[in-house]
Design a protein around this ligand. Structure first.
Ligand code: ATP
Ligand code: MG
Length: 276
């Protein structure tokens, strides 16, 4: 584990060729409204995510995590700065599964493929493969209300992965905004492990938003901490698999230490927000 605190960009990024980044934000600011009542949600954010990298974005409620993710997803535009994404259309997954209730699980997964114009047989094959990947093989004909909350989130994960299979060129990129926030602890544990398995199997880059430090340490290769009002990158930690990052296993002594360190930094960010 190496902590790179008060860093806005990784020193290593300077040596990495541009084509190896899945996402690159430079000097990104986003304000809502104008005049004295304007909310500066993000200010001067520099962040690069490499191809295949798993990054967790951590910060207090309201610090601008979803705003940042929306910018990367192309759902919003920065007020200043640039957002470069090395993929046609990133896949997005939110806290709510957002499935179409009248469609079966399989047809929900097929939807982005249908929109992209893939033929019926191909759609079906990809959907079956992805449902297998999230361990829902054989459940494809069930409708969302016939599935548990955790199963619905797995369908949403399969659908998000389908977006990366639409034939759009570029590096696969999965954006996740607190996707497991509404689930019980055990289901969350299982889905975290599933997500890491899927990440390894697909080689997609992942930007995962959470306000849960333990979740971040468990999943990420790199944890990026955002401050509040305005949101800026104020800390960055690289995790080795032995620390817990990218394994979803027990965090071990080094993992426990970094969890404590990040928690202290998050606490500091939250309390300094109150002092403004
Ligand atoms: N469309 C909008 N119009 C006005 N203000 C907005 C808009 N979207 C976000 N904001 C403001 O920008 C700030 C950041 O919001 P954002 O949703 O990005 O926070 P967050 O870090 O995702 O919080 P949470 O952890 O609670 O989801 C907040 O102060 C919010 O009120
Ligand atoms: Mg949010």
């Amino acid at each position: 584990m190496t902590a790179v605190t008060d860093a806005t960009t990784s020193p290593q990024d300077a040596d990495v060729p541009e084509r190896e980044f899945a996402v690159r934000l430079r000097g990104v600011s986003r304000s809502f409204g104008v005049g004295p009542r304007a909310v500066v949600a993000l200010d001067g954010v520099d962040l690069a995510v490499r191809a295949g990298e798993f990054v967790c974005l951590l910060g207090a409620s309201g610090c601008g995590k979803s705003t940042l993710l929306n910018l990367v997803a192309g759902l919003d535009e920065p007020t200043t700065g640039s957002v470069d994404v090395a993929t046609g259309r990133p896949a997005v997954m939110f806290q709510e599964p957002g499935l179409m209730p009248w469609l079966s699980a399989r047809r929900n997964v097929e939807l982005p493929l249908r929109v992209a114009g893939l033929g019926r047989a191909e759609r079906r094959a990809v959907a079956e493969e992805l449902l297998d990947l999230v361990r829902l093989g054989g459940q494809g004909s069930r409708r969302p209300h016939q599935l548990s909350g955790g199963m619905r989130q797995r369908v949403a994960l399969a659908r998000a992965l389908a977006c990366t299979r639409t034939g759009a060129t570029g590096l696969p990129l999965l954006l996740m905004d607190e996707p497991f926030g509404a689930l019980d602890a055990i289901t969350r544990d299982i889905l975290q492990a599933e997500l890491l398995r899927v990440w390894r199997a697909t080689g997609t880059a992942v930007v995962f938003v959470t306000h849960d430090v333990r979740e971040a340490v468990r999943l990420a290769e790199r944890v990026v901490l955002l401050s509040s009002r305005p949101g800026r990158v104020v800390g960055e930690w690289r995790l080795r698999p032995g620390d817990g990052g990218g394994t979803a296993g027990p965090t071990g002594a080094a993992g426990a230490e970094v969890t404590e360190e990040i928690t202290a930094a998050l606490r500091e960010v939250i309390s300094s927000h109150g002092r403004h």
